[in-house]
Design a protein around this ligand. Sequence first.
Ligand code: ARG
Length: 458
Amino acid sequence: MKKKEKPWGGRFSEPTDRQVEAFTASIHFDRRLYRYDIEGSIAHARMLARQGILTKDEMKAIVTGLEAIQKEIELGTLLFSPDDEDIHMAVEKALTERIGEAGGKLHTGRSRNDQIALDIRLYLRDEIGQIKHLVGDLKAGFLEQARKEVGTILPGYTHMQKAQPVLLAHYLQAFWEMLDRDEGRLCDCLKRVEVMPLGAAALAGTGLPIDRHYVARLLGFPEVTSNSMDTVSDRDFAAEFLFVASLIMMHLSRFCEDLVLWSTDEFGYVEISDAFTTGSSIMPQKKNPDVAELIRGKTGRVYGDLVAMLTSLKGLPMTYNRDLQEDKEPLFDAVDTVKASLGILAAMLGRLRFNRERMEAGASGGFSTATDVAEYLVMKGVPFREAHGIVGRLVAFCISQKKALTDLKLTEFRKFYPGFQKDIFGCLTVRQSVNARKVIGGTAEETVSRRIKGMGGR
Ligand code: ARG
């Protein structure tokens, strides 16, 4: 083969335009799939030999050649060029240069269409495994912080208005729950990723006597795909992964939003360590929560990756179309972004310092135990709606008198409802309020501690 001739060049009489070469090439980004491409090719070659389609010697030459190519890529001695088009062509070309004719037999019973589907599946299997670990580490980080903050009271908000006091541990556990679901979604997505596509060839399958199950076994895939047309056009698993990645980012982003707010002078609930903040080039006093802001910002970017993938897929006629080459950059970008965000947040989380006094003081304001007074009345037999009205009037009275609920005397309570007894003073403080919420999933200390044990904490 002459240097410039394409492996598919047989029916062409004109060379490819340089612009077309540059425009259609994916080698500059899909080169990162080289390990998976080689792993898939080795399994394919072994199968071909087992089926008698390749001789043992040809297979050995191919496998040794591919292993050598992998080493060279890793050492940086094998350089790719744009006219290599994509990683599949680049590896095959390098192989043929090394081992000659046998290299040209590797592509038997295979197409780049099923080959790329395999590469992405192998890549995602690997990355999902790593992301699962990172999610696990971050969960452990939230659990660790929760264990330290079982005694800390935090104002709980709805509509960004003080609502009811909760434990900081309860808040931190909420993120553990989100990440736990994310972990489940990753495992579930993996089931759709680990399905072996080779054998679909271009779109119709192959007439050659290949053994797809053997390839799947070699690659550690539990199943093979069932429809060759679906196989080469399917990127559902990638879209699904991007959705899971988007949800992970959304969870991180919501925590980061609270961190940004809580680290303001106005809130002062948390101090992010110096090592995880940055300064201003003009204002010497500044300490900015840039990491948290960037995680929030990068969340939008991962959503963009998901939308890019879905949009690429929506108008595709069956089966493979070159549009599908556009699946890789969003996928790589999302993988890199999620991994980096999970890693840095876990590190930052471990070094947060919560201002317990400030949180508790914040929780005590804003009549945050008003619901407890209403529930007190309910226990005395007052219908809830009526109780709500009574306490609403009590709160209005307090506002006009510039008093807190804890400042009121029993006689004052009785002006609003004669059935108030001394025991009302047992449900007015934030701690009493928190500890009354023993319901499953509630914020009482004993409930939260029990959940921590259930999460695998001490
Ligand atoms: N680089 C291509 C991709 O990423 C590989 C498959 C190309 N197949 C083809 N028939 N042109 O999708």
